[in-house]
Design a protein around this ligand. Structure first.
Ligand SMILES: Cc1cc2nc3c(=O)[nH]c(=O)nc-3n(C[C@H](O)[C@H](O)[C@H](O)COP(=O)(O)O)c2cc1C
Length: 184
């Protein structure tokens, strides 16, 4: 069974993390969820889900301050980590090796163990600080999947747009999906 660490931080776009968790559950992928304090806020502000409902979708949940959790160690075997949405603050922590909570620590471990790390950064416009940090983590091997739309398949609803981004994340994890129409 595949094991993926999913982290949600306090950038806009909480629904992207929720949809990813739902898809992974459907695919019988085991998920290890960490929700930052500010992600709890965005879940409440932006979605119809409660934080508890989101936690229930995941296989295992961790407290963001629990640096003794299993995912804090390189010895915990897994198939990679997705941070969706990823705030500029968490991006800055990862780019600079600042492991001050379980999300930045698990990302730091993912990088050092050379496992798959996917960031879905959400901010606009992007400053030079954001862009430099993105380049740093990209150079370290992370995949950057901004929640930016492709319009070639003529999306009709917000759900089409959400599924497009989630489909791109699943593609990056090498997980088969038909969440969006591919170019032919
Ligand atoms: C409703 C709301 C929306 C936010 N949207 C963003 C955003 O899109 N991008 C971002 O980088 N920060 C955003 N922030 C600010 C972050 O939540 C803040 O920088 C926080 O410290 C991030 O911490 P975390 O990465 O540990 O979750 C938002 C905050 C709130 C309350």
């Amino acid at each position: 069974m595949r094991e993926i660490i999913v982290a949600m931080t306090g950038a806009s776009g909480a629904i992207l993390g929720i949809r990813l968790l739902e898809e992974l559950e459907e695919m019988r992928v085991r998920t290890h969820l960490i929700i930052s304090k500010w992600a709890q806020q965005t879940i409440q502000c932006e979605t119809r889900y409660s934080v508890e409902q989101v936690r229930k979708i995941a296989s295992v949940c961790y407290d963001v301050d629990d640096l003794a959790a299993s995912v804090s160690s390189g010895s915990f075997k897994n198939d990679g980590m997705v941070i969706v949405p990823c705030s500029m603050k968490t991006l800055a922590c990862i780019a600079n090796g600042l492991s001050d909570n379980l999300i930045s620590r698990a990302a730091d471990v993912t990088i050092k163990e050379k496992r798959r790390l996917i960031l879905v950064p959400r901010e606009t416009p992007l400053s030079s600080i954001h862009l430099k940090n993105l380049l740093t983590v990209s150079d370290l091997g992370a995949s950057i999947i901004p929640p930016s739309m492709g319009f070639y398949f003529k999306p009709q609803t917000i759900n089409d747009c959400i599924d497009y981004v989630v489909g791109k994340i699943l593609d990056s994890l090498n997980l088969e999906n038909d969440l969006f129409k591919r170019w032919e």
